[in-house]
Design a protein around this ligand. Structure first.
Ligand SMILES: [Zn+2]
Length: 143
């Protein structure tokens, strides 16, 4: 028959599953969600907060979240989001004069850096740097 586990794990803890993906939770995890799901939920709730210009507070956040996902979840267009990001200082003011190029770049998903560069009449290094800043990930190899 079932012998008791040697470790002191309460049955309740041992059976706890993530409410989203149903994976078993680590014993030290006292939340309702596993950490990947919990991170994703936090991110989602953060993303859907508002259309306020301060909806992203740092360049780092923008690069991590990615403008594509940001505008999708906030139901914004790039035409609206880019000026908001410039206004709130998340995108540096020196990019203001490239505003329309940045908007176009957001729409160029799956287009290579060099092809996008030709279209926007900038260098492909500029395109790469802008994409990195905007968190456009489809041009990078994901691990
Ligand atoms: Zn989970």
């Amino acid at each position: 028959m079932n012998s008791r586990p040697l470790r002191l794990v309460t049955p309740k803890q041992g059976e706890r599953k993530c409410e989203i993906c149903s994976c078993f939770l680590a014993n030290h995890n006292l939340e309702k969600l596993c950490s990947p799901c919990s991170n994703q939920e936090k991110r989602k709730s953060w993303l859907s907060k508002s259309l306020n210009p301060s909806f992203v507070t740092s360049a780092e956040e923008l690069a991590k979240i990615g403008i594509v996902e940001l505008i999708a979840i906030n139901k914004l267009s790039a035409e609206v989001a880019i000026p908001l990001l410039l206004k709130s200082g998340v995108l540096p003011g020196r990019l203001r004069r490239y505003q329309s190029l940045l908007v176009q770049l957001v729409a160029m998903q799956g287009v290579s850096n060099s092809a996008a560069a030709r279209k926007l009449n900038v260098t492909r290094w500029t395109v790469a740097a802008w994409r990195e800043r905007l968190g456009i990930k489809n041009t990078k190899l994901e691990p």
